[in-house]
Design a protein around this ligand. Structure first.
Ligand SMILES: *Cc1c(COP(=O)(O)O)cnc(C)c1O
Length: 447
């Protein structure tokens, strides 16, 4: 297939193609467990890699600043109509370049710089763009953060107390490392009490919402942002929706979102991406997508159970979505980096992550985050989740006794020695072989 062969590209840039082919093999022969990643249906590459990338279409369908947009108008309208149909919302914008700029547009539409906003703290599973101090959202807005309790659930009493105390203009519900369902209804009551806009950021769980596996935010929130490249299995992009509830609160909210995206903070939309979003939405309307969403959750529950059966501690003792967090503190603090790197070497990709009330730091956190959307796209099921759990625990057993020193100066040395050790580790080599064999049984693009 052209997206594997890259013959024409090799003629103009062989050096680049060599690198890309290594990445193609990495994806084909390793287990992708990063919960925000997925594999798109290769049909979508024909939209992403199309002549649509040549066009400028600043503005919106039938209101453009450039000529020649009659067909791009049709394509963008198709994507918008499909969003409205799938989610039952009156308004959608599909131009956001990615989740973070789309969230920025939500702020621009609802707040002035310096206004008070509230979001789920990043170390507790939230997202940078929900008011974290190093992000635009914590720099340009006055941010208050809420947390999860020791059991992993959002501390809804804290949310209510902080909202009443601070009277935020905008409240976010949603995040990137939360293993329970987001309580949209409870947030809506709090937002109503204080007159705040309520925005759901469902970047991670859109596919589960479509499949009916996660509660639906549409009746409860004013604005919904989702990325299109996570459980939705589309290209890298974003969708912003306004609900009936949102329009009732502010009839101009849809127009405000449009103006915030363009000309507020973006220029020309990526029409090739818009086309691929339309195609991803078309696939998401089919029954087998619902089946896919259900299997993601079944697989996540199976993987969580298999890990716990083998003695691993999970945040919140399990999951009801597509991802889970292994709490590595029974082995000591700050172990996430050792586990991530050793598993990476074994061909199992996941990421180090903070756990609630992490005793270590965000750069050397005490947990790892993993999930099932990508392996489910390959066709793996519960049986394979048990095999994967076994591989993960074998590798963790090899590295759980490494310690990250508190003294910063000593860390580089410890990591260097650790990396030399795992290169030579026989168990890790064996697991890597097993990973390749398993991947070959579930071919991705090399069918
Ligand atoms: C991934 C994610 C985003 C940001 O998306 P990017 O495309 O990486 O900018 C925003 N919010 C949440 C909750 C996410 O998980």
């Amino acid at each position: 297939m052209w997206y594997l062969e890259l013959e024409n590209l090799a003629k103009v840039d062989p050096e680049l193609v060599e690198m890309m082919k290594k990445e193609i093999d990495r994806q084909e022969y390793s287990l992708e467990l990063i919960p925000s990643e997925n594999f798109v249906n290769p049909a979508l590459f024909e939209a992403m890699g199309s002549v649509l990338t040549n066009k400028y279409s600043e503005g919106y369908p039938r209101k453009r600043y450039y000529g020649g947009n009659q067909f791009v108008d049709m394509i963008e309208q198709l994507a918008i109509d499909r969003v409205k149909k799938i989610f039952g919302v009156p308004y959608a914008n599909v131009q956001g370049y990615s989740g973070s700029p789309a969230n920025f547009a939500v702020y621009m539409a609802t707040c002035k710089p310096g206004d008070l906003i509230m979001g789920h703290a990043l170390p507790d599973g939230g997202h940078l763009t929900h008011g974290w101090k190093t992000s635009f959202s914590g720099i340009f807005y006055n941010s208050v953060q809420y947390h999860v309790k020791q059991d992993g659930y959002i501390d809804i009493e804290e949310v209510r107390r902080l909202a009443l105390e601070n009277k935020p203009k905008l409240i976010w519900v949603g995040g990137s490392a939360y293993v329970r369902q987001f309580p949209f209804e409870e947030f809506s009551k709090i937002a109503d009490e204080v007159g705040a806009y309520l925005a759901a950021d469902v970047a991670h769980v859109t596919g589960l919402i479509i499949a009916g596996e996660h509660s639906n935010p549409v009746p409860y929130v004013d604005i919904i942002m989702t990325t299109t490249h996570k459980t939705l299995r589309g290209p890298r992009g974003a969708i912003i929706m306004v609900t009936e509830r949102g329009l009732k609160k502010d009839p101009l909210l849809g127009e405000k979102i449009d103006k915030a995206v363009f000309p507020g903070l973006q220029g020309g939309p990526h029409d090739h991406t818009t086309a691929a979003i339309a195609a991803a939405l078309n696939l998401a309307m089919k029954d087998d997508f619902k089946e896919y969403g259900r299997q993601i959750v079944k697989n996540a529950k199976a993987l969580a159970d298999s890990l716990m059966k083998r003695g691993m501690k999970l945040v919140s003792d399990g999951t009801e979505v597509h991802l889970m967090l292994i709490d590595l503190t029974p082995f000591g603090k700050g172990k996430g980096i050792f586990v991530q790197e050793a598993l990476d070497l074994a061909g199992i990709t996941l990421n180090k992550n903070t756990i609630p009330a992490d005793p270590s730091s965000p750069f050397y956190p005490s947990g790892v985050r993993l999930g099932t959307p990508a392996v489910t796209s390959r066709g793996m099921r519960e049986e394979e989740m048990d095999i994967i759990a076994g591989m993960i625990v074998r590798v963790i057993d090899e590295v759980k006794n490494y310690e990250m020193p508190d003294e910063k100066e000593k860390r580089a040395e410890v990591l260097k020695k650790f990396r030399e050790d795992i290169e030579k580790n026989e168990v890790i080599k064996e697991v890597k072989q097993d990973v390749v064999e398993l991947c070959k049984r579930f071919p991705l693009y090399k069918k």
